[in-house]
Design a protein around this ligand. Structure first.
Ligand SMILES: [Zn+2]
Ligand SMILES: [Zn+2]
Length: 302
């Protein structure tokens, strides 16, 4: 199944002229997963043409305003746009009170059920095709980092080979993909002659508002894409430490240790109107680093 990642907001703490507040939209086939919902996310979501009535989960990392002030607006917009499907919101302790509080004070007219779940470290979503795990990041308040890991996929089916062996298209082709062998024309035919080896699923890790730490490093291991707090450049390393954030260089070192494929610098402080120095510094440590603009999309393929 295809997976794409659209950066609805790549800034942090407060927006600036170029960057909105944190929100990452993952499209996995017809399903949507939204990581954080900073203020203004609803507008970016609309611009991304994500579809308002899709199966959707929102993951909130922590209860700092820049990561969840977009939720009321998002729920309001989805109500106005006629969403009918359930919406699941997942986050650390306090998220239930926040969503309930908004719903109590503001009349949202939501025509769809809103399920809010408070989670801790561990497996927070178990889907037949993927799971999402969370660990505690290292920040001033409880903050979760999430990793979406797809389950291994079956190997590639080679129709030409199947035809060469005279196996007719239909239920036998299906069986070849789901069992180790089939019986055809009185003979046993091993599936691996026609179906390639199992393919690994994609992995995406989202770790914002955190110091570099072992928990995130382990969570991110072998990710296809790591989206990591890169609030500051090297000259503000002390500030990063004081405020529970990371520099771009620290994010790059962690990406290298975690052996990820690509790193996206994220939660860029509003004080950088031109954050190219962050990219330069990170690339010295980990060349496969990307600096995204709001609304950029990355397509992931296994
Ligand atoms: Zn933040
Ligand atoms: Zn924070």
């Amino acid at each position: 199944m295809s997976m794409s990642v659209t950066f609805l907001g790549t800034g942090g703490s407060v927006p600036n002229r170029f960057r909105n507040l944190p929100s990452v939209l993952v499209r996995r086939g017809p399903e949507l997963l939204l990581f954080d919902c900073g203020e203004g996310t609803q507008k970016q979501f609309l611009q991304a043409r994500a579809g308002m009535n899709r199966e959707m989960r929102i993951f909130i990392s922590h209860l700092h305003g820049d990561h969840l002030f977009g939720l009321p607006g998002m729920m309001h917009s989805l109500s106005f746009m006629g969403r009918t499907r359930e919406l699941e919101i997942i986050g650390p302790k306090g998220i239930v009170q926040f969503v309930r509080g908004v719903n109590r004070v503001v009349k949202l007219y939501a025509q769809f059920p809103i399920i809010v779940r408070e989670v801790s470290a561990g497996r927070v979503v178990i889907d037949p095709e993927y799971e999402v795990r969370a660990v505690w990041a290292r920040h001033g308040i409880p903050c979760l980092a999430y990793a979406l890991q797809e389950k291994p996929k079956s190997g590639r089916f080679d129709p030409a080979k199947a035809r060469r062996l005279g196996i007719p298209e239909g239920p036998l082709w299906k069986k070849l993909q789901s069992s180790p062998s089939i019986t055809f024309g009185g003979k046993r035919i091993r599936s691996r002659l026609i179906v390639g080896p199992p393919r690994r699923g994609l992995k995406l890790t989202y770790a914002v508002d955190t110091r570099p730490c072992k928990e995130v490093e382990r969570l991110a291991r072998d990710s296809d894409l790591l989206i990591h707090d890169s609030c500051f450049d090297e000259s503000s390393a002390a500030k990063a430490k004081d405020y529970g954030h990371s520099t771009a260089t620290e994010a790059a070192s962690l990406a290298k240790r975690s052996k990820v494929n690509r790193l996206v610098l994220f939660h860029i402080s509003a004080m950088y109107e031109d954050p190219k120095p962050l990219l330069r510094q990170a690339k010295r440590v980990f060349p496969h680093t990307i600096l995204c603009e709001d609304m950029d999309t990355i397509h992931l393929t296994p």
